[in-house]
Design a protein around this ligand. Structure first.
Ligand code: SME
Length: 139
């Protein structure tokens, strides 16, 4: 059991479960990957929460697509006020997207939706950024 190889997707899914199960206001937790063939698109990876139509997102579109270009964490405490936003569900009120960087290269992102307005705290942002920094070595 100690030598069981765990795939990257299994690890990412476990992180989604851990976050979704332990933070009341995290209602959708998932990863988007940079397209492995180098197309400027995000590809949906492991997630926990309702299914989403956004399985591929062009860089630049929505909050996720903006983070794929800026390489900076994006916090929206009120997604209804965003001009460049892709809605997955009408119940979502706030969202945080944290990039995963491999050196200078953007490789993936962690996306969390909350059905509570203004729910993303500085502590949550810090924790999620630490997780994403550690995950860099998986890519
Ligand atoms: N709301 C995101 C799209 C992804 S879904 O939330 C899962 C966005 O604006 O990019």
């Amino acid at each position: 059991i100690l030598n069981k190889e765990v795939t990257r997707d299994e690890k990412l899914f476990a992180i989604c479960e851990l976050l979704a199960d332990n933070v009341d206001t995290f209602d959708w937790v998932g990863f988007y990957m940079a397209d492995p063939e180098g197309k400027k698109e995000l590809v949906l990876g492991p997630f926990v929460g309702p299914a989403t139509d956004h399985k591929r997102i062009p860089f630049g579109r929505g909050i996720c697509g903006q983070v794929a270009e800026s390489h900076e964490t994006f916090v929206s405490q009120d997604v209804k006020s965003e001009e460049n936003y892709l809605s997955c569900s009408v119940s979502v009120q706030s969202e945080i997207v944290v990039p995963i960087m491999k050196g200078e290269e953007f490789v993936a992102q962690l996306d969390i939706d909350s059905n509570t307005k203004g729910s993303i705290t500085d502590e949550q942002q810090k924790l999620l950024e630490e997780i994403c920094e550690k995950l860099s070595r998986e890519f």
